[in-house]
Write a protein that binds this ligand. Structure first.
Ligand code: URA
Length: 261
């Protein structure tokens, strides 16, 4: 039996279709599009000579994870990494997204937050964590004296996500999407070189620790490529479960103490 979506989900689905360009309603009468006047002249149908033929790589011959590792490793700066990610042709999410979302804040910050993926607001603005969850994230870190607006590295925050493109209807990333984008995230961490990482929610823990189960992981320091990493409840989860803010506050104090020590 098909479940009827609630109002908010129906609105999200409609907005998603409009974003993809599906903005024409089905009409009462069928339209024979073969009878419509030609909009553009016919393409030149002469067969291309061998030198004009494009080199076609079959997608199944390409290992996207290997390609991602090569592209990430050859990026020597954050700017080069952002360009390499935008030029990476194997992640289908790029086609449905309006914007590439790389990072926000000060790259030299002592603390780097790794979230999940852009949502609708982030996709529109091209910046991570700018919707309701992002506003809560800002308030949480403000409470321990850290901000993405700060110009001094000691008070600053640097923010990115596991995925730089919004998944359709904010679904969880597939294992393939995660695997092919992870080399870029790891290189991003290497280049930014923060003292402390904050892994926001299960997707981030899954990607960087290979483990889920945020309820058990949160509050316990982990190691990500030699750096201290604190798993925390995702702010979107805290918006739905405000009683868990007490745990989030304890984790923030733990981060503050680590930065002082
Ligand atoms: N949630 C995330 O994990 N990242 C964002 O950028 C926005 C919402």
């Amino acid at each position: 039996m098909n479940a009827i979506p609630d109002f908010d989900s129906a609105l999200d689905m409609l907005a998603w279709q409009v974003e993809l360009g599906a903005d024409e309603a089905i009409e009462e009468e069928p339209v024979n599009r073969y009878d419509l006047p030609e909009a553009a002249p016919k393409a030149n149908l002469k067969a291309p000579t061998p030198s004009q033929q494009p080199v076609i790589h079959k997608e199944e011959d390409i290992d996207a994870v290997v390609e991602a590792r090569k592209a990430a490793a050859s990026a020597g700066s954050l700017e080069a990494l952002a360009s390499a990610m935008q030029a990476f042709p194997h992640c289908e999410l790029q086609r449905g997204a309006q914007n590439f979302v790389f990072a926000d804040g000060l790259a030299a910050a002592r603390v780097m937050v790794v979230g999940e993926a852009p949502g609708r607001d982030e996709d529109i603005q091209g910046k991570p964590f700018v919707g309701r969850a992002g506003q809560l994230l800002d308030r949480m870190f403000d409470a321990i004296g850290l901000s993405r607006q700060a110009e001094d590295a000691k008070d600053a925050l640097y923010i990115t996500n596991i995925l730089p493109w919004r998944p359709p209807q904010n679904r969880d990333p597939s294992p393939e999407e995660m695997a092919m984008m992870l080399p870029f995230v790891k290189r991003h961490i290497e280049l930014a070189a923060p003292e402390v990482l904050v892994l926001m929610g299960n997707i981030s823990c899954h990607g960087l620790l290979g483990r889920r189960g945020i309820t058990r992981l949160r509050g316990h320091w982990q190691d990500v490529a030699g750096r201290s990493a604190m798993p925390m409840f995702h702010p979107a989860y805290l918006l739905r479960n405000p009683v868990m803010k007490r745990e989030a506050w304890a984790d923030l104090l733990e981060i503050k103490a680590r930065l002082k020590s």
